[in-house]
Design a protein. Structure first.
Length: 281
């Protein structure tokens, strides 16, 4: 069900859910819930035993709201929540609470944290993602974690790889998916090592030509290339595009390459991270 109404409407809704706990999917995206409204959501989650999907993305719940929701789901061991979307909420310093949720909640299957600021340096010198990186290997129930566009730095990715190689075994089948490539600084050298534990790819749109779609050609997958801000201000940037066929190709045996021209569109200073690699990663 789709909900509208800001923090006050959120309060009334959550109170009604306590009395009638039959709703299984709740979409509150972009409804000005804020951290005050997130408090009511957390209170509801502490006792709810029906909700399986919660989308609270785009509501500026910030660190306080994220903390309250994580604590509620840790407290309520009977919660059946499988999908939690907290994307685009200006979450910066709640890494400890997200890590606690990842360690202790085994019901969640999908955790969306896209377009937050988990890679920003905290006063302690570490980032929230670095804290989460130590917890992710301890939860093999999560089948999808989305941390795209979080300004995650190479050192944080290295922390995750080290944690995985220390605490987890490589996964051969039924790999979970980790969306981390886009909008973060992921060193290309670490991609093959991450691929032992996670599916990393984001497949580009399928070819609409029926004749070509029947061919056994590899699909293009976003991987890791960095665009320079100064270069974007000067105009279109020419990037090398590589289409790779197997995991082995990821480390440097391109099947073919071509040129692709990309521009920010509005002359903005844009910094992003992407590239093309194997569909099998």
């Amino acid at each position: 069900r789709r909900v509208h109404g800001g923090a006050l409407g959120c309060k009334y809704l959550c109170e009604s859910l306590k009395a009638h706990p039959s709703l299984t999917k709740l979409d509150m995206q972009s409804n000005r819930v804020g951290h005050r409204g997130a408090k009511y959501v957390a209170e509801m989650l502490r006792s709810n035993t029906a909700l399986t999907e919660l989308n609270i993305a785009g509501n500026e719940i910030k660190d306080f709201g994220c903390e309250m929701i994580c604590k509620a789901l840790i407290f309520n061991r009977k919660s059946p929540l499988r999908i939690l979307n907290m994307g685009h909420n200006r979450i910066v310093a709640a890494g400890d609470h997200v890590a606690g949720l990842v360690r202790q909640n085994k019901a969640l299957r999908s955790l969306y944290l896209w377009r937050n600021r988990l890679g920003d340096r905290l006063p302690s010198g570490v980032s929230s993602f670095a804290v989460m990186a130590n917890a992710l290997p301890q939860n093999r129930s999560l089948m999808l974690v989305d941390v795209t566009f979080n300004n995650i730095q190479p050192s944080d990715v290295a922390t995750l790889v080290a944690s995985l190689e220390t605490q987890a075994r490589p996964v051969v089948s039924d790999k979970p998916m980790l969306r981390i490539i886009e909008g973060n600084l992921v060193p290309s050298a670490l991609v093959p090592r991450l691929a032992h534990y996670y599916i990393l790819h984001r497949t580009l749109p399928h070819d609409t030509d029926p004749a070509r779609s029947q061919q056994n050609s590899p699909r293009e997958v976003v991987k890791n290339v960095t665009l320079d801000k100064a270069a974007l201000r000067q105009g279109p940037v020419s990037l090398e595009r590589r289409v790779l066929g197997t995991d082995a190709d990821l480390v440097g045996n391109p099947a073919q390459s071509s040129q692709h021209v990309w521009n920010s569109g509005q002359g903005e200073a844009v910094e992003t991270t992407f590239a093309l690699g194997s569909d099998n990663v």
